[in-house]
Design a protein around this ligand. Structure first.
Ligand SMILES: *Cc1c(COP(=O)(O)O)cnc(C)c1O
Length: 357
């Protein structure tokens, strides 16, 4: 895990986004990379606003960063306001009951604590409806709390030219105008790249910090993760034999095989296996790309090393699944998923080494 790359990536986006402020999204254990190592690095790089999804994540982050502004994206569950206040967290309020809970708590305790208000501009996942937002805009100064951010989220920013993206931006611009003096935030990583009109006062990049692709066709920033696993056995098999569970792939030639210590329990997706009909994931052994052969097991996968000279691959050698030109998005594409899921699925059994930062 290259923490220096994460810091560089944050500085790159922050410079691009200026004069908008640049937050850091560190939900799901900093996209699987380890919030305890990643968050302090982002703080030192200059990030002051952080977003997590869950209350528990926020509490862990508060222990790491006593002075950070921490927003909790999934909002406020019933009877939790006191816990949020005790940890100095800002819930992202997306419904009338959440708004009244936080408002009541603040009134009862005589403190106008901050919170974000989430408005749904077309994703239909979280947030106040437009009607609710317009109604609230007439009375927001009477709330028991201090709205510190008006936010919304883009559904299709990764797809260049999607009509919903333009529509959401227009709707959001209208909403923030109705809340004068309160900063607005619309853009995730992809939205930040879409231009000034999308950035408002605060941008919320996640995937771009961690070396993933934000917009299809726009190259990522510096890669962050390198994933090496050990060869546990080298073997040969004649043409016509099959490899792995379900005998899903039949060898077309006499083959040399390297079985490696990685499986779906480690986040190598079963959908990334190889069959007679579909190609799967590749890994690099001794500088050469080798295809997976057969299904991915829970703890093991098998690589076809026939194109490497006999005897080169040895038990204990490293096979590179991420790095040396294989990006998280390459691995994702060959597994039928996205870079986000590759990162957040990185298994608990790896020995993690952090460099830089
Ligand atoms: C996850 C998330 C982000 C970050 O998205 P990326 O595409 O990773 O940049 C921003 N805002 C919200 C509301 C999110 O849920």
């Amino acid at each position: 895990m290259d923490l220096g790359a994460i810091a560089d990536n944050w500085r790159t986006i922050a410079a691009l986004a200026a004069p908008a402020e640049c937050a850091a999204v560190v939900k799901a254990n900093a996209y699987g990379l380890g919030i305890d190592r990643v968050a302090p690095v982002l703080w030192r790089a200059g990030a002051r606003n952080f977003f997590v999804a869950h209350f528990k994540e926020a509490v862990a982050l508060r222990a790491l960063l006593p002075e950070a502004i921490i927003y909790v994206l999934n909002g406020l569950l019933p009877d939790c306001a006191a816990d949020y206040a005790a940890a100095n967290l800002r819930p992202v309020l997306g419904s009338a009951p959440e708004i009244s809970d936080w408002s009541d708590y603040c009134r009862d305790n005589g403190a106008k604590l901050p919170a974000a208000i989430h408005v749904d501009t077309g994703m239909h996942r979280l947030g106040l409806s437009l009607e609710e937002a317009v109604q609230l805009s007439g009375t927001f100064r009477l709330l028991g709390f201090t709205p510190s951010l008006i936010m919304s989220h883009l559904a299709c920013a990764d797809t260049p030219g999607h009509v919903l993206t333009a529509r959401q931006r227009m709707v959001f611009a209208d909403v923030v105008r109705r809340f004068p003096g309160i900063p607005g935030s619309l853009a995730n990583s992809a939205g930040t790249l879409l231009g000034r009109d999308f950035r408002f006062e605060l941008v919320r990049p996640g995937i771009f910090l961690y070396g993933g692709i934000a917009i299809n066709g726009v190259p990522p920033l510096r890669p962050v993760v390198r994933l090496e696993v050990k060869v546990v056995q080298v073997s040969t098999a004649p043409a016509g034999e099959t490899v792995g569970y379900g005998a899903a792939q039949r060898l077309k030639r006499p083959s040399r095989l390297a079985t490696v210590s990685i499986g779906y329990a480690d986040g190598l997706f079963r959908a990334g296996g190889s069959t007679d009909a579909t190609k799967g994931v590749e890994a690099i052994l001794h500088g050469q790309r080798c295809p997976l052969v057969g299904r991915v097991s829970m703890d093991l996968a098998t690589l076809d090393i026939t194109d490497l000279p006999d005897g080169v691959v040895q038990r204990g050698d490293a096979a590179v699944f991420l790095g040396d030109g294989i990006s998280v998005d390459d691995l994702a594409a060959r597994s039928g998923t996205i870079g986000y899921e590759v990162l957040t699925s990185l298994g608990a059994r790896y020995a993690r080494h952090y460099v830089g930062g």
